[in-house]
Design a protein around this ligand. Sequence first.
Ligand SMILES: [Zn+2]
Length: 242
Amino acid sequence: MPESFSQKVKSQLAAAEVRKKCCRRTGEDLEAVRESGWGAEKLSSVWNRCRCENCRAVFFRGIFCAAGSVTDPAKSYQLDMSFPDRESAEAVRDMAGEIGFSFGLASRRGRSVLYLRESGAVEDFLAFLGATAASFEVMNAKIDREFRGNVNRQVNFDTANIEKQLRAVKKYADAAEKLKAAGRYDLLPEEVRFTGELRIANESLTFEDLGKLHSPPISKSGVKHRLEKILAAAEELGENGT
Ligand SMILES: [Zn+2]
């Protein structure tokens, strides 16, 4: 079975070196609190004994390794820390708030769960814990996703425009067919038929470009005007039924 992203983060954190005495002490105290099943007061007393910024990182690293999980950033962004009681969860939420992380709190299957659901927050929290490589993965996943989103939007936009253009051309082709079937096409002025044939044969060209194919060239509105004559003639046919 492949290693989950959570497991990967936890192995990165477990391998992080703790040098300072105060930080090692924090780690040991937190471990004791975890073994005793958490508790808001016990957690607060360890937190309040933190001496340095790294003590705080060690504190949250211990909590995350024991109670946390994080989703694979290729799929979604969510980091959770789950506690058996609401008081512990609230205490940890407040401590995280002190260092600038605002966790949501939810009840799930009888447990109290702190969560982050925003890529930037997940990325920052992992970096704070010391899981730098995992934090980069979250950032890269986000960039990939935004890039794919932009490409998809552009493709959809282009496809929509092409379809719109083809529908417009088909309108003239249908009108010409209808007139031909009724034997009325040849009654149209020659220049109108010429422009109509150009339109149908060059479905990707704009009115302006079609105008340039005439000799002498005609304007965009000239092209439009002639094509409208075809539509009008076909429409008239429809109304008369002949
Ligand atoms: Zn320390």
